[in-house]
Design a protein around this ligand. Sequence first.
Ligand SMILES: [Zn+2]
Length: 118
Amino acid sequence: MRKSRAVATIKATCPACGDVELTPGQVQVLINLEDQRSSYSFRCPGCHVTATKAADDRVVRILISSGVGIRPWHVPEELSEEHRGGAVTWDDVLEFHTHLYGERGSELALLELHQTRR
Ligand SMILES: [Zn+2]
């Protein structure tokens, strides 16, 4: 005889829709491997936007015990790269677009954009 197991309902708040009810499969616990801070995220069933919220140890324990999966993550290395030059402007984007759809192709467009920004 098979016993049916009740699925936990998780209540969360979407920034746009307000309170929503989710199943454990719709939520994930995110653990930042650099600083061990945790958060959880879910895709709102109403507006389909992904919301991410900070979670303390108590919330993490409750979510995990409800069957929510854990996803460890690293901060993208790009965030620690040194950036030189000014911010990309609309003119840069337009110029890149012009190069990209010109005769010479995308690799040359990137090279030319890189050279004009030095
Ligand atoms: Zn929503």
